[in-house]
Design a protein around this ligand. Sequence first.
Ligand SMILES: [Zn+2]
Length: 243
Amino acid sequence: MELNPERVLVITPHPDDAEVWAGGVIAKWVRAGAQIHGVLCTDGSKGAPDPEIHPAELAEIRAREQLAAAQVLGIKNIVMLGRPDGELEDTSDFRRDLVRQIRLIKPEVVLTSEPYRRNMQWHRDHRITGQVALDAVFPYARDHLHFGDLFADEGIEPHKTAMILFWGSENPNAFVDIADDFDTKMQAVMAHRTQTGQRTEDQMRAFIHARARDAAEAGNASTDDDVTGLKLAEAFRRVTFRT
Ligand SMILES: [Zn+2]
């Protein structure tokens, strides 16, 4: 897929999800001049194997890691919703938070987590983030009368997003060449030190590299996308909307 959006919103459940799944395309679009904004839904406060660490302490460390990773990728700004890790729910309140950000940032493309993975394990927060982001894009951010007070009280205009790219899909139909951005992606992934565990940088690189090769192979074989000759890629399920 060849795409050069000017404005992109990344809606990520936990610190590190966006870097692992979409760090390459984010870096690529920033290089091409895109403005990329992030919304981090949870505080990541449960994501550690160490039973001694306090959730509040972990949340603080992970917020710093997220900012460092965003700087590596060139993400312009990250709004941290600070919802407790593992406790996302498909609520009107959460949807409203996402609608507000979509309307403020006015992205052409939203990058987020696949809600409908069926045969592979997937974190509950990943499912719920994807579902709420999808609903927030269409129809809630689009129509004046949904969350009408955002418009009536704060003057925040509705917005039509043209495309969502879901990462982590079992059925990707859009593939992006990230060969030139792989090193930047790796640097961003490695900024999340609490998440790399006992693995060395070389081991992490091998793991992420193998995934990027698999995505490239899937892309080269795909009949949904006309890409060829990919070596390292990221794979998404693309959903488009009339604007
Ligand atoms: Zn996650």
